[in-house]
Design a protein around this ligand. Structure first.
Ligand code: ADP
Length: 254
């Protein structure tokens, strides 16, 4: 009887181990696939705007299209898109190589609040409430102010992009050894199956794949790299249809 029980327990443990192992293998396989896709993704992302620019210029030369101000503006947008991609790629390669230079200083989170005021106007124009909630007693963090603003700006831009009603909140709270910043939205949320991968470069949840949303799929990979360069970490909680909370920890000045 005892033997049977042990066998059963072992069987249970084995199948739970096998499950863990399969989940891990799946994650590794998907990461590898994303890595191999990197070059293909870059080529693809550049090919599209170049094709549009080339086609438009040819049509203008052939007299098929008038070079109206609106047409010139659309060309400009394609150029901006390429510029953004190249800037993102160079940021990403710096953070991934650990070669990003940080000019760290002691900084109180409240000092940065002014940098995000323009989001209030943008949110309110869409009928979304926007609040910044930095309590007075927050300790100073040890951070590069430009990079810290870039991290928060990336998260707020995403929140704005994926929210059509409700509220977006930027807040911060004291934590062991530092400060946890949070960007919370009442937007589309993220599917459970997408959640493990959204910090991977070029990963975009299916409905964000269109060119309309304008993203390169590099934003969160860069954001994560910037947080980690500060010795911090970043995580997300999200429920599809309800909204998302992106949180990151930045250590205090010691
Ligand atoms: P992108 O350039 O596409 O915005 P990111 O790396 O910033 O790339 O984000 C990756 C994907 O994560 C997005 O395409 C989107 O599907 C999802 N995502 C990021 N932030 C949010 C959010 N606040 N709400 C819903 N989905 C989000």
């Amino acid at each position: 009887e005892r033997d049977v029980k042990i066998t059963l327990e072992t069987g249970d443990e084995l199948s739970s181990l096998a499950e863990d192992f399969n989940a891990m293998a799946e994650k590794i396989r998907k990461s590898e696939e994303l890595r191999r896709n990197l070059t293909a993704d870059i080529a693809h992302e550049l090919r599209t705007p170049i094709a549009i620019i080339q086609g438009t210029l040819e049509s203008i030369q052939e007299g098929v299209l008038e070079p109206t101000p609106a047409l010139m503006l659309s060309l400009q947008e394609e150029v901006s898109r390429m510029t953004r991609l190249i800037k993102d790629l160079s940021d990403l390669s710096l953070v991934e190589a650990g070669k990003l230079e940080l000019n760290r200083i002691k900084i109180f989170p409240a000092e940065l609040a002014g940098k995000f005021i323009h989001f209030k106007a943008e949110a309110e124009a869409k009928g979304i409430r926007f609040d910044i909630n930095f309590p007075r007693n927050l300790p100073a963090v040890y951070a590069d102010p430009t990079r810290l603003v870039q991290i928060i700006t990336n998260l707020l831009s995403n929140a704005l992009k994926h929210t059509s009603s409700g509220r977006i909140e930027l807040s911060a709270e004291k934590a062991e050894g530092g400060v946890v910043f949070k960007v919370q939205d009442t937007g589309s949320g993220i599917k459970k199956e997408d959640l493990p991968y959204i910090f991977e470069r070029f990963y975009r949840a299916e409905k964000s794949r269109s060119r309309k949303t304008g993203g390169t799929g590099l934003g969160l990979a860069i954001t994560k790299g910037l947080v980690e360069a500060h010795g911090g970490r970043i995580w997300v909680e999200s429920r599809e249809g309800e909204g998302s909370v992106f949180s990151f920890f930045i250590p205090s000045a010691t």
